[in-house]
Write a protein that binds this ligand. Sequence first.
Ligand code: ZN
Length: 287
Amino acid sequence: MDSEGRAPTSATARPANRNATILGRIRLTGIVRAITGLRIGGAAGGLAIGALDNPVVRDPLTNQPYVPGSSLKGKLRSLSERIEGLTTNWRINNVYIHVCAGDRQDGRNPTYDNCPVCPVFGVPGDQYPSAPTRLVVRDAFLTESSVRELEALRLDLPYSEIKWEAAIDRVTSAAVPRQVERVPAGAAFACEMVYTLYEPRDVDRFWTVARALALLEDDYLGSYGSRGSGKVRFENLTLSVRPRPHYDQPVAQLPQRTFDSVDALLAARDDVLAWLREAAGLAGQAG
Ligand SMILES: [Zn+2]
């Protein structure tokens, strides 16, 4: 024990600054609508002749296509890294992402606090951030009305269409047809993100998420984006705030605000940040 009665820390103990207290949470819900056909790849159907080589990812229980939270979050992170011009230095499988790498020796991460990306989207578990990942992105499933609409269409496959594309042989100019499975344009997925506030300045960091939604609308989700697939739009965005006391004594009506579009949300930035701070009970606390 030291003079303050604390147990000595072992070599493997995490530094004290990893303690994190939940101050509140922001829940963001909305619709992700496919404006063009959407292809988020699942496992290939095997090498048998005639097997589809580009299937979409499906929920095994319902056979319905969905947008994995990891795909959505990964895209939001990558766009946030790119608008900030951050170096991508961390390899995950075949892609590189930006990570503010910590110092394993003294458990410090000097750049993390001011990084617009890492506190929001997280860093690998063996690094030393000062708090855990703020943003959780849930898997986004088709809305009930979208399920009914897609079932009413006579599609090539359950809830999806086959698009034929031609790959052009660069030497012979011969067109090589290939199949791509896509969720048809118009499909709507219900998305939910939960953002945890660990310190007052996390309210401001939330804007990284809002901005990433706008960046994604001008980019694409899934693959074949440069050839037209994957344009999405966010609709009916609702922000609701769960201040910390809510988890002990839930209130019936949480403070919430709805925005028709990402642009409407972005246009109200200062107003929204002030409201979030107030609703989370963090008004007047230093960022
Ligand atoms: Zn960083």
